[in-house]
Design a protein around this ligand. Sequence first.
Ligand code: CP3
Length: 337
Amino acid sequence: MRACRSEPVPHTPVWFMRQAGRSLPEYLKVRDGIPMLDSCMRPELVKEITLQPVRRHKVDAAIYFSDIVVPLKAIGLDLDIKPGVGPVVADPIRSRADLERLRPLEPADVPYVTEAIGLLVAELGATPLIGFAGAPFTLASYLVEGGPSKNHERTKAMMYGEPELWAALLDRLADITAAFLKVQIEAGASAVQLFDSWVGALAPYDYRRSVMPASSKVFDAVAGYGVPRIHFGVGTGELLGLMGEAGADVVGVDWRVPLDEARRRVGAGKALQGNLDPAVLFAPEEAVRAKTGEVLAAAERLSGTGHIFNLGHGVLPTTDPDALTRLVAHVHEATAR
Ligand code: CP3
């Protein structure tokens, strides 16, 4: 939490996107036979899965186990998470009439979120719990395409061809996302991360005009709680400044931009999170340490504060969990002040 606020810290804190999940045998065991979306609605199971990487790796934060499509399911959209594919939407959102299916989210739609976070906060003690949600653009991409997409062509067709419909869609998604984050903060989340995973598909001008207003609406809606707001996307090197401007306190950086350059793009006053390439963990230990050293050196060149160590994207499913445990210990040792 101090790193989020760019205050001095005893060592650089570490957590990993997707730290809870397929890389852990204990996760595969408890999830066995339970569909992904069902598992998100079982508070005791969510608590266990969220705690697994904290126990094993000694990371400095937990991230609430869920998925970005959970709030959309909660308002009644017919969608599922297909193993090996990702979120799939039965009837994509493509017209003004379709928008009516995106009704506002009420706390009563997600009682299992409040319950799971209550259980977690009681168990975690001083370890912060990060809540999260998908950002309007990334959610819109799944809803408009009907599933995962490489080129986001239907999404962009709506954005460029029907700007008013697009703006209305993103605005509804902003309200749903803000309501979902509020539930998590009110239940006890210490920080929130807004994942705009696929927004790196856009150029800065289009981001500013067609996406930033909705993302800013989400950040503004939770500003009053005073919890740090983290914003992350993949391939967003050209958007880092704007993503900070949208209202983040911490900007997540993938591995394509060194942190000292990211600092120049984001400007002073905001912390940075990242940014070891998750594939580096498949290299021998010395190489992991060398690449980690580069990340830490680039972070140190900024100011020595305001850095949260993370990967540049989620833990890859076949990562050796022991490599992650060693990485946490190494970052703690290497940065002890
Ligand atoms: O480890 C696991 O992947 C197991 C559980 C799981 C999650 N989501 C947890 C999750 C599964 C199977 C999914 C489905 C899903 N949803 C996928 C993966 C498809 C596959 O099989 O590879 C994807 C890409 C989505 C959509 C999604 N969910 C996005 C784009 C994001 C944002 C983060 C990112 O990866 O860019 C999520 C968030 C998410 N899903 C988290 C978790 C635990 C976020 C919290 C975290 O970082 O731990």
